[in-house]
Ligand binder design. Sequence first.
Ligand SMILES: O=C(O)C(=O)C[C@]1(C(=O)O)C=C[C@@H](O)C=C1
Length: 109
Amino acid sequence: MTESTSAADADRSVDAHARAELARLRGSIDNIDAAIVHMLAERFKCTQEVGRLKAEYRLPPADPGREKEQIERLRRLAESARLDPAFAEKFLNFIIAEVIRHHERIAGA
Ligand SMILES: O=C(O)C(=O)C[C@]1(C(=O)O)C=C[C@@H](O)C=C1
């Protein structure tokens, strides 16, 4: 075997290793994304019920006091999980904004 052939072999095996690692990590990412979708679907099932309850009892769609507690709790959880708390807060606010839109639609129906 020549020197250049063995260098090419080494390159190919690094490529194969990198491709295998990428495929493995992407497999886990796909599983995590699926879990997130399922968890969000369950959360929205609960909030749809909350929306119907609030509409029935003429309660306001948004509850800023509850949101403040949720954000404080989620920021603490994020910190202990080494996740950026600002990101966790933004993510929760994004979800809650969508929930409030659903509540408003239910109340207006
Ligand atoms: O807990 C409620 O009152 C809800 O309507 C649910 C929820 C949420 O998605 O967590 C949404 C809107 C409120 O402002 C607070 C919390």
